[in-house]
Design a protein around this ligand. Structure first.
Ligand code: ATP
Ligand code: MG
Length: 211
């Protein structure tokens, strides 16, 4: 049995914070784990991430954006995720195919059926064994993300997603909840508004279900 767990939710919901804590928690238990992220996780993925984050000097339409995320995923699955799963490692992934449905589908209005087909092609039909959805109000997530941007990670200041209007992020949040309702066995919804330690304890309980 593989253990492929994805971390999903709107900006600032705590994915990156929680994936780090979760990877450390598994490692402390002697469990081999790969913690990775999309777009990213491979040299190509990191180049694509840079293009997506540092746009501003050129336009990227919704369709081109969708294909860039798909290209990053195609490489990521083949080069990093599947080899790790085959080697018996747990794989924790910060965003995956659900993010494409939430952002490019629910957010930007691209055809969900086509996105699902593209996701399957990119990911060799690999689906997470469990998806943790960190849910919290859009305002709370964006406020956190802005605070972080004002700090050390200057690159994020370029992140266009964070400058989109609240309605867009509202559609993403609702989109994620819709996806979760459609696959209750795979999804676990976690209250992302709680403090870091409380959320981490909840994540550990969910991971323990797979031990
Ligand atoms: N439970 C929490 N309570 C308060 N602040 C938090 C909590 N979790 C994370 N943060 C802080 O909020 C900011 C955003 O968290 P994090 O980067 O983990 O979110 P993210 O979901 O990865 O966001 P993005 O989608 O933009 O990458 C960080 O500064 C982090 O320290
Ligand atoms: Mg993050």
């Amino acid at each position: 049995m593989t253990r492929f767990v994805t971390f999903e939710g709107i900006e600032g919901c705590g994915k990156t914070t929680q994936i780090r804590l979760a990877a450390a928690w598994l490692a402390e238990r002697g469990i081999p784990v790969l913690a990775t992220a999309e777009p990213g996780g491979t040299p190509l993925g990191r180049k694509i991430r840079e293009v997506l984050l540092k746009r501003g000097s050129f336009a990227i339409g919704a369709e081109a954006e969708l294909l860039l995320f798909a290209a990053a995923r195609a490489q990521h699955v083949r080069q990093a995720i599947l080899p790790a799963l085959r080697a018996g490692q747990w794989v924790l992934c910060d965003r995956f195919a659900d993010a494409t449905l939430a952002y490019q589908g629910f957010g930007r209005g691209l055809d969900a059926g086509f996105i699902r087909t593209l996701n399957d092609f990119s990911a060799l039909s690999l689906s997470p064994d469990r998806t943790l959805l960190f849910d919290l109000p859009v305002e709370a997530g964006l406020a956190r993300a802005e605070k972080r941007t004002a700090g050390v990670w200057a690159e994020a200041a370029e992140d266009r997603f964070e400058r989109e209007d609240k309605a867009f992020h509202g559609r993403i949040r609702d989109g994620y909840l819709n996806l979760a309702a459609g696959e209750p066995e795979r999804f676990r919804i976690i209250d992302g508004a709680a403090d870091v330690e409380t959320v981490h304890r909840e994540v550990c309980l969910r991971l323990a279900e797979l031990l």
